[in-house]
Design a protein around this ligand. Sequence first.
Ligand code: ATP
Ligand code: MG
Length: 717
Amino acid sequence: GQQAEPPYLKGLNPEQRAAVENTDGPLLVLAGAGTGKTRVLTTRLAHILATGKAWPGQLLAVTFTNKAAREMRDRIGALIGGAVEGMTWLGTFHSIGVKILRNHAELAGLRSGFAILDTDDQIRLLKQLLEAHDVDEKRWPARQLASLIDGWKNRGLTPERVPAGEAASFGHGGLGGKLYAEYQQRLKVVNAADFGDLLLEVLRIFQEHPDVLKEYQRRFKYMLVDEYQDTNVAQYLWLRLLAQGHRNICCVGDDDQSIYGWRGAEVDNILRFEKDFPGAKVIRLERNYRSTPQILGAASGLIAKNESRLGKTLHTNREDGETVTVRAHWDGDEEARVIGEDIENFQRKGEKLNDMAILVRASFQMRAFEDRFITLGVPYRVIGGPRFYERAEVRDALAYLKIVASPDNDLAFERIINTPKRGIGDTSVKRMHAIARAQGISLYRAAEAMSLTDELPAKARTALRKLIESFNRWRQMAMGIPHTELAEIVLDESGYTEMWQNDKSPEAQGRLDNLKELVRSMGDFENLAGFLEHIALVMDVEQSAEEDKVSIMTMHGAKGLEFGTVFLPGWEEGLFPSQRSLDEKGRAGLEEERRLAYVGITRAKRRATISFAQNRRVHNLWQNALPSRFIDELPEMHVEVAPMATSYGGFGLGTYGKSRFDDQTKPFGNTYSTPGWQRAQQRWSDGKATRSTPRFIEGEMVARDTDAVKYAKGERV
Ligand code: ATP
Ligand code: MG
């Protein structure tokens, strides 16, 4: 007989419904932005659970961010009524990887409770290796080695498997491969894994231990992957191995939204899905539920300029809305000011700040908006910006706690061994390192041994003994008192809090506040281990969505999200597309930037405003900027150019926008010949403004300058 249709299926279109109900066998949902891919995945999970095809613990669901995982968990609960317990394997590749690795740490040469290194720790460790090998760090920076190693890890290459040619690619005499191998050994000694290892080591375990692989193949009856276009080779191999079990793998993605190629993502993974999973079904979704026809039209017209793409049809039944606005500004401050005004206006009309976002290309751009919003008193949240846990004082405090939890964390130990200053100098630390290396023990163990011998000067020895004794005491305490209390004791007894209390610099109070906030935030976790694990994994900052706030984030970070109103500032050549992509040979880099533009525009439901400044202060330098080519490429019918809002008398390029449609067929193609633009150019070339280099003019310092400078040079930031 006919069964009543479950409520969660209502409202899905036939293709979406097919994607939800075809639970068995491999399935690829290939569809453009806003067509409901994520919604299909979520509903599919709900469907599998509701029909009893699997237990929550038998589902593997991969999302791109921790935030997306949380949302998916909540949505599933809402769809089938009641919270779902036991969805252990819903998370990012990293969070799922670390769970598996913890279960089999010994197979990877690690001990349970291994530490997870972040980039900063990773760099410190590599620096030590470079030093040990007398590699000139100026010529061969540790960062470069780090990205080389990350690249190999992303491709699933263990040190033994790195092709010989590539292994010979770093340092004089070609040390890359050798350093990689040593780095891996060193990680094992200090009982740590870096982010890449969370995938690579699991992959290795799967490949070398068929019994373990079988266990997981049997466990995961259904596998679901969101944002499949941005998986790297290691992730792909990992999924393919697991999917050989029940073969019920469903991936959703959009080749036009592949924006992590620079981090090793392979859009090919999506293109060869049918080959890898014989008998795979492919479902296409063509109806966009998110954006107005204008927004969708602008985004589609732009992405159509890319040559390497599958090509998709997209239509929306949503009502007509505003055209996409393009706005020119005199400089970045004005851009921030006008966007701030817009936001206040929209808010006055009753729109929620939560429904508005500013999406930037590079994180240094965020600063201007933060400043502006602070002035205006507009609440905002920075997502993925400089994170709380990355501040120096927080990192120091965490280092202490990490050593309490696992003494063999060398990087943490090195970080605080003489912070606050306790008379243990560089020479002493170097000697400890030498001993640690020679005996294959951790720095802490070497220090412990040396605190009892006379190898170190008396002062250093006494200080060291006191420190080690403190750690032993704290470790004892850890078993009996709450971890927040322990943290306070550690910070007090170590002299760390006092160090900042005695500090007369203006930011000392802020640092003390941050330490308090740190201890407070620990209270959200059951114990120290849980807290430290969380720290290692939070890639996106957790912030409550309850308060009404404007979001500021990068376009990369905005993938998968949606907002009523979206501002896209800084569309200037060299900023977006980035200088790096412009310097690159071939069009791959530029096409990835264009996909990023597509991602940016398609985050908007009702309103999108693109803007650019004619003068951009990057670091302490003024840069004379040209509008992004992507502005040129927007289809004219969906775009309107706003009059320039400049308040610089006599300087205004007020005719700028008008001229675009009045005298030109190719939008912006001849922009630079408009009278306003010529006046501006003239002014610069007259030398009325001080010019230090042909392209840059000195101005005042802005924060996060190093990133900005790197960015301007075309480096990744
Ligand atoms: P992206 O490519 O940006 O990740 P997506 O394909 O994952 O987008 P979703 O985020 O799942 O798209 O959906 C976009 C919006 O459309 C969401 O607000 C979602 O709730 C809505 N939506 C999807 N399908 C339907 C439907 N059948 N009826 C009504 N709304 C829908
Ligand atoms: Mg999505």
